[in-house]
Every structure is written in structure tokens, then in C-alpha cells.
Ligand binder design. Sequence first.
Ligand SMILES: [Zn+2]
Length: 180
Amino acid sequence: MLWLIILRRKIIFCWIPGHAGITGNELADTAARSGTGSSERFPIPHSDLKACFRQKLQSVWQSNWDQQTENKLHSIMPVLAPTVPSSSNRREQVIWTRLRLGHTRLTHRHLLFGEPPPYCEICNVPLSVKHILCDCPHSNHLRHRLFNSVDFTISSILNNSTNSSLVFKFLSIKGFIHHM
Ligand SMILES: [Zn+2]
């Protein structure tokens, strides 16, 4: 990172869906590999710089993310960290990830089929993961029974993977689990 600062280079990272076969990406890969080939320019092996890079990038990424409070995923994960799968069951891992993203079949399948969005039949408000897990007053009794509270945030419930079994139980009792 030091020489990047000295050279005043600006690097922009962006996620791309795939690499192979796209000319620009192949050229970028080749150029990147040629840059790592020579260790003469640096007094230490480039592999030793990885931890330093990773730490710096994490810090830049976090400060960027800190400002994106309007992003709906921000409240779920304000502090960036690796997402640890909460269970060994593949199906539950998928559901857990969908809940954290706020995109489930139940709440978003209408987009694929051009249907009207789903509503909570009791509250008559758009059905969302937040409404199901946190807001719908008709689940307060069950929330209290399972989570010992009726007043929690989507972040507090989905940022702690130890809650996953209770969340799955909640969804199962509510009849939502097979629609996630
Ligand atoms: Zn409701």
C-alpha cells in the first residue's frame, strides 16, 4: 500500500460475475500476474504484503460501508465480517443467507412472476423479512416465547448465528419456513 500512496495511484474495486473468456478481464489478469513475477523491486516477498493489503482494504471498505446507512443491508451487518454459516444443513444455510439479505422466495418471488407484492394478511402492510421477524404484532406472543423479547432489531437477531435454530423454529411455527 505504501508505494501506491507514494505513486498516488487510485484503485477502484468492483465485483464482476465471471472472468473466463472476457478479453478485458483476461488482459487484466495477465497484467496483474506479470506484476507479481519480479521480486527484485521489493525487499520482501509479495506474499508477505497480503496481510497488510487485506487489513488496509478491510479498513477502507468498513469506512465506506459506515457511510451507507441508507443501504437496506447496512442494518443487518453494520460491521463487516465473514459470514459464518450457522448450521451444517445446506438448506438452512441458504435460508439464513436469504433472511440476512432480506430476499426470500416468499417476499420476492412476485418480481419473477410479475405478480403483485405479498402483504401481511393481518396488518395489510408489505410482507418483508423485517415485518415477519420483528414487526408483525400478531407474532409477539411467539417472539416472547422463543426469544424472551418482543423488542429486537433485524440486526440483533440475524447477526448472531446462535439465534438461527430459534429463527427457523419461529418460521416453522408461523408456516413460513418452506416458502423461504
Ligand atoms: Zn403483520
